[in-house]
Design a protein around this ligand. Structure first.
Ligand code: AVI
Length: 368
């Protein structure tokens, strides 16, 4: 006789309090185990930044995630990088939008379109495209998405100043979640998603494919994505772009250690580290590091940890992948998009590639 299946989890005898006050909270008693609610736990676990630093500095080789480069000071330094003589991507992409934006906009003439902005760091290109779309007679709504409410408010206010009367529908959320929400609350508008500024380059090849496939799955057939790709080029130009003469890129990279000192009670002495960026021709990645110039031990108070560095030991901080035209084609193919157009600056150092979402009845499965 088959035995009676065990309940997967004992049922609580009375409903759990939805929001017990922390002082009175005690774990819900469920027989042989407790379900701890966040309010049951007296000390909060490490926040995301602290957890990531602890994990990264505990690895061999050590690494810190590039997503933490962008606190207020880091974002300011990145804005400075975008104006540097050596940092060509911003100028090249501005030239592309200036020259080819009207042709992109013409595709949307008379069409209700959401210009969905996944944050290029430089609003100037978005403003140009919005003007071009309006000039082409598109009925355009601006949809910026950002996880930071403060950053989103700034983007909305800047745009409202530049284009008074433009409908704006900002979304505070993770990119992919916000896109799913947008298409689920579909008002019949075509979405044109901007992922400019070579941000795709900060993903490794697998992460880039996963991200674009997630974009594809969140969007409707016939929606578009415009992505900025920095192209493979003369290695000296690449090296100069990430090792500028004024040292702004070095300060941007070093700011990660500053941030750890400020936010996590770190004791990094910045004079004992140096910025180093190099290019791996084989993977196509500019790689950035912070290198310990001497043997040292650094305490980080919030982590209750000491980290040992040998002389000349590196911490990896950032990848900036560069693309071949054939890489762009195979990325589109493998993520379910059809390339509508790929636009270049006059030196062909950078490309903005416009992709259309294709979904077949069979589901458009791709081999990732
Ligand atoms: C934001 N991202 C595309 C820049 C890049 O080129 O990888 C960040 C940057 N790092 C150093 N310089 C610029």
């Amino acid at each position: 006789m088959p035995s009676k299946p065990l309940p997967s989890k004992p049922l609580p005898s009375k409903p759990l309090p939805s929001n017990p006050s922390p002082a009175k909270a005690s774990p819900a008693k469920l027989g042989i185990y407790h379900v701890l609610l966040p309010t049951d736990i007296p000390t909060l676990p490490l926040n995301e930044f602290a957890g990531s630093v602890l994990e990264g500095l505990s690895e061999r080789p050590k690494r810190l995630s590039s997503r933490y480069l962008y606190d207020d000071r880091g974002s300011g330094l990145f804005r400075q990088i975008m104006t540097l003589e050596e940092y060509y991507p911003t100028r090249c992409e501005a030239e592309i939008i200036e020259a080819h934006g009207p042709a992109i906009a013409a595709r949307f003439a008379g069409t209700p379109v959401n210009l969905v902005d996944l944050g290029a760091g430089d609003g100037a290109k978005t403003v140009r495209l919005l003007h071009q779309l309006q000039a082409a007679g598109a009925d355009v709504t601006y949809v910026p998405i950002d996880i930071s409410e403060q950053a989103l408010r700034t983007a909305c206010e800047t745009l409202a100043g530049e284009l008074p009367g433009l409908p704006v529908k900002g979304l505070v959320a993770e990119y992919i979640a916000a896109l799913h929400w947008l298409t689920a609350n579909d008002d019949g508008r075509v979405n044109l998603v901007l992922f400019l500024g070579s941000n795709i380059g900060n993903f490794n090849r697998a992460q880039a494919r996963t991200f674009l496939r997630q974009l594809w799955s969140a969007l409707n057939p016939g929606d578009y994505v415009l992505t900025g790709f920095d192209l493979k080029k003369d290695i000296d130009l690449l090296l100069a772009a990430y090792n500028d003469a004024k040292g702004v890129t070095a300060a941007f990279n070093m700011n990660l250690l500053n941030r750890i000192n400020r936010e996590l009670g770190g004791h990094f002495d910045l004079d004992k580290f140096r910025h180093y960026s190099t290019y791996d021709v084989f993977t196509g990645a500019m790689e950035s590091y912070l290198v310990s110039m001497e043997k040292q031990t650094v305490a980080i108070d919030t982590l209750h940890s000491n980290f040992h560095f040998d002389a000349w030991e590196p911490i990896h901080t950032e990848y900036s992948y560069k693309y071949l035209e054939s890489d762009i084609r195979s990325l589109a193919d493998s993520t379910g998009f059809a390339i509508a157009d790929t636009l270049h600056d006059s030196k062909r150092w950078f490309a903005d590639s416009l992709w259309r979402v294709v979904k077949t009845i069979s589901g458009g499965g791709v081999a990732l």
